[in-house]
Design a protein around this ligand. Structure first.
Ligand code: HEC
Length: 110
């Protein structure tokens, strides 16, 4: 019982720390103007199996994906170049903008 209680407390505090690291608020309008270079590959409705469709994807997922390319945790020759020079703010704005678009999601199959 004591162990269970400890696990519950631990779980709750982990939950809190995840929330503290949530995506900073992004501005969809600012993201729209920053997204111009992305549209060649991620325009809504574009149906090229080489590029994932990200319109309508959850902003948190998009934000953390961009951060992962920037930190090198996620490696892709194309996307690593795309994020170089983006600030945290840019990534939050881009993530928010793409999350507001309608579209069918896809991933890249390799
Ligand atoms: C020249 C084509 C190209 C451009 C331009 C481009 N991307 Fe990408 N993007 C890709 C490819 C290819 C992948 C898949 C890479 C992988 O497998 O990790 C990808 C993956 C992503 C992902 C992860 C999607 C997922 O489902 O995991 C995000 C988010 C993303 N791009 C956002 C952007 C943003 C924002 C921009 C503009 C700053 C941008 N991309 C510009 C080709 C491009």
């Amino acid at each position: 019982m004591r162990t269970l209680l400890c696990m519950l407390v631990l779980g709750a505090s982990l939950g809190l720390s995840t929330q503290a690291a949530a995506i900073p608020p992004g501005d969809a309008e600012a993201g729209e103007s920053k997204a111009e270079p992305c549209m060649a590959c991620h325009a809504p409705g574009l149906d090229n199996p080489a590029f994932p469709r990200i319109s309508g994807q959850h902003a948190g997922y998009l934000y953390y994906s961009l951060r992962a390319y920037a930190s090198g945790d996620r490696q892709d020759p194309v996307m690593s170049g795309q994020v170089s020079g983006l600030s945290d703010r840019d990534m939050a704005d881009l993530a928010t903008y793409f999350s507001t678009l309608d579209g069918e999601l896809s991933t890249v199959s390799r």
